[in-house]
Design a protein around this ligand. Structure first.
Ligand SMILES: [Zn+2]
Length: 219
């Protein structure tokens, strides 16, 4: 695939994702949207997903109704349930991933599902964060600041934006949406993983994509 064709595919894919998410949010009933926002705000406050009991208590509803809302959000791929428990609520993961995201203001530490999700968190909450991740090729530790206090961006860091999507992003694209310490290491990884389709993004492009996907989705 030429880089121009890959770029066009990339733009189409991204616009499709953003449109689909906004259409889905608009179809949620008020109660479902309250649960969606409470789950995300819990990750921000506690660094983890809320329990069913916490959702029910805080939103003053019984657990059956809270669970019904979670199932609706799961079906729309806003979050991912396993055995009735929240495993992920995009952009957050409830279990450790290679992408650790710390809120600068109070040090709350969370994990994101993928590189783009990590970059989007700052824009979802209008706060600055520090991302700690690793190069997908050489495993070198990478630190990326996003938001108000961001220093000069590391010109070398790249993100691979994968196209593969199945029913849930958590089990398809997320594992291949990762950071690389340099263009050379992203290229080496692609040579070793020829079946993974996608586009290389520099840090600025990846950050604006995270902003476009997650910015303004908490209102
Ligand atoms: Zn590397």
């Amino acid at each position: 695939m030429s880089s121009v064709a890959a770029g066009q595919d990339f733009v189409r894919t991204v616009k499709g994702i953003i449109r689909k998410r906004k259409e889905q949010i608009a179809t949620f009933r008020e109660e479902e949207n309250e649960v969606r926002k409470f789950v995300l705000e819990s990750f921000r406050r506690l660094g983890r997903a809320p329990t069913l009991a916490e959702i029910a208590k805080d939103l003053k509803m019984n657990e059956e109704r809270a669970e019904a809302s979670l199932r609706k959000l799961d079906a729309a791929d806003m979050l991912y349930l396993e055995g009735g428990r929240i495993v992920a609520a995009y952009p957050f993961s409830n279990q450790p991933t290679p992408h650790e995201v710390t809120f600068t203001r109070d040090g709350t530490r969370t994990y994101s599902m993928c590189a783009i999700d990590a970059l989007g968190i700052a824009f979802m909450f209008g706060e600055s964060v520090v991302i700690s991740s690793r190069c997908g090729h050489c495993n070198k530790r990478l630190e990326i600041q996003v938001g108000d206090r961001a220093g000069s961006p590391d010109e070398e860091i790249m993100v691979f934006f994968g196209f593969a999507r199945s029913e849930h992003a958590a089990t398809s694209s997320c594992p291949i949406l990762q950071f690389f310490c340099s263009r050379a290491h992203l290229d080496s990884w692609r040579v070793a993983n020829p079946s993974k389709l996608g586009a290389p993004l520099n840090l600025e492009e990846a950050t604006s994509l995270g902003k476009e996907i997650f910015g303004g989705t908490l209102v």
